[in-house]
Design a protein around this ligand. Structure first.
Ligand code: ZN
Length: 362
């Protein structure tokens, strides 16, 4: 009996060795092959030096090292790891992205596109779009759909909503933006809205009687008029705050006498007039009521070069009519505060562009 038992144990022990240890041994050989030498040989073949391979081993997880066997062109590896913005968690995405490229690329661009999770196929145009200073991530699909080659134009136009027709895709203006709220052919105000407190303008600043303007804008305008006076320029208000009702009547008068196209070019539909904010005004020379005459006055160039120092912008410039949707209005100024006005003046952009990039989603 004891002999038999002994024999039995011997058989079990032998099986244990064969069934468990041998596969374990084989597995560990395989394991070392794939984590250690497989990529090492591959990288050596590609032309990496020992030092470079050591660097990669040091800076990549075993998991990422193992990924290497699935990819063909790996000569960029070390550069990739040293590229600004590189994230190890995106390693396999970078490799897949690069592997599928059909053209020359810049690693920094690839890293940027992958980090931003941009799935459009790589192209120079795509890179230029996403790296444009006024690129807005949320509008990527709209940029890509816009039929235009020049990237500056794409960014400017889509940021200004020009991929939509005027008076379509209309949205209520976000009045929490206060002096930076926007009103145009896409954004409208509720019927009874105006920004902040309206005050009645003193006669010294007004060609009319009892015009109203937002208090902050008015204080700035008074300073502007006073400073201009000191230099011999006589700037006055010709039209400031207008209620929804007033605008409604005005617009309908224009439409009835000159037609819809003319009315839409020179006047705003009710709710879409900047005059309703209380932050805009049409300026003129003292005792000169005809808006069109302002452009030929000596006050006009002064206003154009100095208004931003008081927080006002020329809202509908000559070269930007296709963006603003309005004819050139040398007389129409909008209060946005000194910093914003100065930025817009110095960068020669419209409020539409400024708003999209700096205000809307901030
Ligand atoms: Zn106006």
């Amino acid at each position: 009996m004891p002999r038999r038992r002994k024999k039995k144990y011997k058989i079990r022990w032998g099986r244990f060795l064969t069934v468990l240890l041998v596969p374990l041994l084989l597995l560990s050989v395989l394991f070392f092959h794939f984590t250690g030498d497989a990529f090492q040989d591959k990288l050596t073949d590609i032309g990496y030096t020992k030092e470079e391979i050591t660097y990669l081993k040091k800076n990549l997880s075993v998991e990422n090292l193992n990924l290497l066997k699935e990819y063909e062109h790996l000569s960029y590896l070390e550069d990739l790891l040293k590229t600004d913005g590189y994230k190890e968690e995106n390693f396999s995405s970078y490799l897949t992205y690069i592997e599928n490229l059909k053209e020359d690329y810049d690693l920094a661009n690839v890293v940027y596109l992958v980090n931003e999770n941009i799935s459009y196929p790589y192209s120079l145009k795509l890179v230029q779009i996403v790296q444009h200073p006024y690129f807005i991530r949320e509008r990527l699909d709209r940029y890509m759909a816009y039929q235009e080659e020049d990237v500056n134009t794409i960014i400017t136009n889509v940021n200004s909503n020009l991929d939509y027709e005027f008076y379509t895709h209309m949205m209520p203006s976000d009045t929490s933006k206060e002096t930076l709220l926007i009103v145009n052919k896409f954004y409208y105000l509720e019927k009874d809205y105006h920004y902040g407190e309206l005050v009645t303008m003193e006669k010294a600043y007004d060609n009319k009687n009892g015009s109203k303007l937002n208090q902050t804008a008015y204080e700035a305008f008074k300073k502007l008029v006073d400073d201009a006076e000191k230099e011999g320029y006589h700037i006055r208000n010709n039209s400031a705050y207008r209620s929804y009702e007033t605008q409604n009547n005005l617009y309908n008068d224009y439409k009835n006498s000159n037609g819809l196209t003319w009315a839409d070019k020179w006047s705003a539909r009710p709710g879409h007039s900047e005059h309703q904010t209380g932050l805009a005004l049409d300026v003129g020379v003292k005792d000169e009521y005809v808006l069109g005459k302002f452009e030929t006055s000596k006050e006009f160039p002064w206003m154009k070069e100095n208004a931003h120092r008081y927080g006002f912008i020329l809202r509908y410039p000559k070269e930007k009519q296709y963006i603003t949707g309005y004819g050139y209005e040398p007389w129409h100024y909008r209060y946005v505060g000194v910093d914003v006005a100065t930025y817009i003046y110095e960068h020669d952009i419209t409020f539409e562009e400024y708003y999209a990039y700096f205000v809307e989603n901030k």
